[in-house]
Design a protein around this ligand. Structure first.
Ligand code: KDG
Ligand code: MG
Length: 407
């Protein structure tokens, strides 16, 4: 079997999905996702200008050798751009392998360890009332776990990752057609207010609802340790990204002061980025994504290292990932002995389903992977012609005195 060609498409409903299609001489094709949120043209160029020319003529079944060739052969290794491009190729090669074997991918990993995978939704409110209503809405839809983010009073722009164009439900952080918006952040106001939010949630919804919260890299180690200690009583499922991910030793201070489970990794791109915090058991959940952590081949390695250290999976699943990488993660979730939870933000639009048809489905707080061969997701090229690339940015955060802070 030989690879005969590969193409990259950019675009989608409300998102610049970067979709790779690899074709073979046997007519089987594979799909991959290289969507690097708000920097989408970079992995697309990495693929088209550098990797795709080397793919032609290679046997697609040698996915390990191809992965090593692109990773080791680059000289300048790692980083989100290269790892998103390599990841997309890797997903597409696994897709081809599964289609050829006529098996869903989880069967090639070792079969199913569970029927459905627990997922969590995003409940984001510009104020407490709106947040509580949004949580109730997700509970009505069967969700057993929700990530809760709340606007902080007296913080301009709602204070916490709540873009103006989408206040109270889903979390679309991209702003198209302008330069980045700026949000103002006050750690003191956040630390005073956020515990009262958890209190109100427990009061209204009781103890069974799994609550997750994303601090989004905003605290210093000592602040995060004190915060974790204070909120321990609310029994969070996890506290995510308490401090900037760059410095993993910061987590030691949090660990020394609390037992709040910690989840980190959505901005990491390789096993080497995660190694220290997994081996020192500084985290409880690993948040990498197949999209920009080198695809299935590499993320499986991270999952297996994590399993040795009692770390469970909690893969990133923001709407920046297309249904292709969400399916790849779905297959890993079905297999992984140390699965924890999956972030699940479906765009849920008819347009998205038309672009990426599949039979995977959500029901009662769980995600079920279908038994279609390979990834089990298709890509409708005719639909894709409706979309084109639009430049967009993440917001930039400043402290009240103007100092640039972590988004
Ligand atoms: O592109 C950045 C988003 O994916 C990120 O802000 C979402 O933190 C996030 C999450 O946990 O989903
Ligand atoms: Mg996050």
């Amino acid at each position: 079997m030989k690879i005969t060609g590969a193409e990259v498409f950019i675009g989608g409903p409300g998102k610049n999905y970067v979709t790779l299609k690899i074709k073979t001489d046997e007519g089987i094709y594979g799909l991959g996702d290289a969507t690097l949120n708000n920097r989408e043209t970079l992995p697309a160029a990495y693929l088209t200008d550098y990797l795709i020319p080397c793919l032609i003529g290679k046997d697609p079944l040698n996915s390990e050798d191809i992965w090593q060739y692109f990773y080791r052969g680059a000289y300048f290794r790692r980083g989100p751009v290269a790892m998103a491009a390599i990841g997309a190729i890797d997903m597409a090669l696994w897709d081809i392998k599964g289609k050829l074997a006529n098996l869903p991918l989880y069967q090639l990993f070792g079969g199913k360890s569970r029927e459905g995978a627990l997922v969590y939704a995003h409940a984001t409110g510009s104020n407490l009332g709106a947040l509580l209503d949004t949580i109730a809405h997700y509970q009505d839809q069967g969700y057993k776990a929700v990530r809760v983010q709340c606007g902080i009073p007296d913080m301009p722009a709602g204070g916490y990752a709540i873009p103006k164009n989408n206040e109270d439900s889903k979390h679309f952080i991209t702003q198209f057609g302008s330069l980045p918006e700026e949000e103002i952040w006050s750690t003191a106001k956040y630390l005073r207010y956020m515990p009262t939010v958890f209190e109100a949630i427990r009061e209204r919804f009781g103890n069974e609802l799994e609550i997750l919260h994303d601090v989004h890299h905003r605290l210093l180690p000592r602040e995060a340790a004190a915060f974790a200690k204070e909120i321990e009583q609310y029994k969070l499922y996890w506290m995510e990204d308490p401090t900037p991910a760059d410095d993993q030793t910061a987590l030691r201070m949090i660990r020394q002061h609390s037992t709040v489970p910690i989840a980190i990794g959505e901005v990491f791109n390789s096993l080497w980025d995660c190694k220290q915090m997994i081996e020192e058991e500084l985290i409880d959940f690993i948040r990498v994504a197949v999209t920009y952590a080198g695809g299935i081949t590499h993320v499986k390695r991270i999952v297996e290292l994590a399993a040795l250290h009692h770390v469970r999976t909690g893969f990133h699943g923001a709407p920046s990932h297309s249904p292709i990488s969400m399916a790849a993660q779905g297959h890993i979730n079905a297999w992984a002995p140390n699965f924890g939870i999956q972030e699940y933000l479906v765009l849920g639009t008819l347009e998205c389903e038309a672009l990426f048809p599949s039979q995977h489905y959500y029901k009662d707080g769980m995600f079920y992977i279908s038994d279609e061969p390979g990834l089990g997701v298709d890509f409708d090229e005719k639909e894709a012609q409706r979309y084109s690339y639009k430049r967009g940015y993440h917001p930039v955060v400043r402290l009240e005195d103007g100092t640039v802070w972590n988004y």
